[in-house]
Design a protein around this ligand. Structure first.
Ligand SMILES: Nc1ncnc2c1ncn2[C@@H]1O[C@H](COP(=O)(O)OP(=O)(O)OP(=O)(O)O)[C@@H](O)[C@H]1O
Ligand SMILES: [Mg+2]
Length: 382
């Protein structure tokens, strides 16, 4: 497959994931129309992916998923209860486009008794770096100072009796870039990367969640240097009211996590946890992360920088864009909303290009209409 086609596929896959996440989230919250709109966006992207796919089996899978999502969207729009078969096919086929990416094949709704294959979560260092992260200057500085530099010069830090960071907790609202910046951090460090969601680890079978946790850390240790990213850490190490009603499985998992965090000290393993719900994290787990860093919604310069990143490989007359105007119109939008706005604007320009049969650059008007047409996902969050 050509490099260009591969890059396009990767791009579409990431776009699909964003839409899918928003769609599932809206559906869970009972926002049917909004969920339907996002599922329709997923369908459009899946169809584009299918058209690029040379492997017939995968092509068919993508088209099947598109069909399921379209029918789910229709039921959401019509207000009819989702038929069981559609509901389960939306859930089951969620990420079947990404068979070699088990971290993506999670689903919050599915039965959670499972053994995990930890080695399947291991990936080479991501090819993302801080240059791909728009704005977030303070955050990048902090990570450079508090994580990258100590790891690069452990002897110097030891001289001053300052330990190397082994745990970083990133907290902030959805879509602000916690996962993205963690990948970029692994890329900057050149570390192998393991990404696991809470739902990959938890299990109602006694002992299994603790085993899953231990297995993940073992793979991280066996593949040093390694960055182990535990997403939705609040669901892994949740504080329960009164502390008394944790299930046996939860208690074992948390204590396994705490043990592993201690054992990993001195190894070339960095553990990054992420959460939207910092208040719900078990106190002991919270303290185990030596750096706790907030990832806030993007400020105006970051919003422009993030949009520029997502427009950089697309035809756009950057100098003709009124960035000040765009900064003010995107007040309250998250990074993932901005990524969606960039692709909507591109889709609009492409539509005109198809009619004109020549390249139509993305213009101010394309971007503004994409903004008008995209709701801020942070609004629903507060
Ligand atoms: N600083 C950034 N520059 C460019 N793109 C970004 C930036 N931050 C986030 N993005 C884009 O926004 C998308 C969503 O970000 P990400 O998934 O990292 O959010 P998150 O904070 O992990 O959300 P959640 O809490 O829902 O897991 C990413 O796929 C990425 O393309
Ligand atoms: Mg995330």
């Amino acid at each position: 497959m050509s490099l260009k086609r591969n890059a396009k596929k990767n791009h579409l896959e990431s776009e699909y994931k964003q839409y899918r996440k928003q769609a599932d989230r809206a559906r869970k919250r009972g926002h049917r129309q909004k969920a339907a709109r996002y599922y329709r966006e997923c369908v459009a992207v899946l169809e584009e992916l299918a058209a690029l796919e040379t492997n017939n089996k995968l092509k068919k899978k993508r088209l099947e998923l598109a069909e399921n999502l379209a029918s789910g969207a229709k039921q959401l729009e019509d207000g009819t209860p989702m038929s069981e078969s559609t509901d389960s096919s939306i859930n089951d086929s969620g990420d079947s486009q990404n068979d070699n990416s088990p971290a993506d094949s999670r689903d919050d709704d599915k039965d959670d008794d499972k053994e995990l294959d930890p080695s399947a979560f291991l990936k080479d260092p991501p090819d993302l770096t801080f240059a791909d992260v728009g704005g977030m200057t303070d955050l990048k500085e902090k990570l450079k100072d508090q994580v990258i530099d100590p790891l690069a010069r452990p002897d110097l830090y030891q001289e001053y009796d300052l330990g190397v960071v082994d745990g970083v907790l990133l907290y902030g609202p959805p879509g602000t870039g916690k996962t993205y910046i963690t990948k970029a951090l692994a890329g900057e460090l050149g570390y192998n990367f393991i990404e696991a969601q809470a739902s990959d680890i938890t299990s109602s079978l006694v002992g299994e969640a603790a085993d899953n946790m231990s297995d993940l850390f073992t793979v991280a240790r066996d593949n040093q240097p390694c960055l182990l990213f535990l997403d939705e850490i609040d669901a892994i190490a949740a504080e329960r009211e009164g502390g008394s009603n944790k299930t046996m499985s939860e208690s074992q998992m948390i204590s396994q996590f705490l043990t592993e965090m201690s054992d990993v000290k001195g190894e070339d393993v960095v553990v990054v946890g992420a959460t939207n719900l910092p208040d719900e994290i078990d106190g002991a787990a919270w303290r185990r992360f030596s750096e706790r860093i907030e990832v806030p919604p993007p400020d105006p310069p970051a919003r422009a920088a993030i949009l520029r990143i997502h427009l950089r490989n697309r035809p756009v007359l950057t100098e003709k864009i009124d960035w000040e105007n765009i900064k003010s119109q995107t007040e309250g939008y998250s990074a993932s909303d901005l990524e969606i706005i960039a692709s909507k604007a591109a889709r609009r320009a492409l539509k005109e290009a198809r009619t004109d049969d020549s390249i139509v650059p993305i213009s101010q008007e394309h971007i503004e209409s994409a903004i008008r047409d995209t709701e801020s996902s942070l609004k629903a969050w507060d």
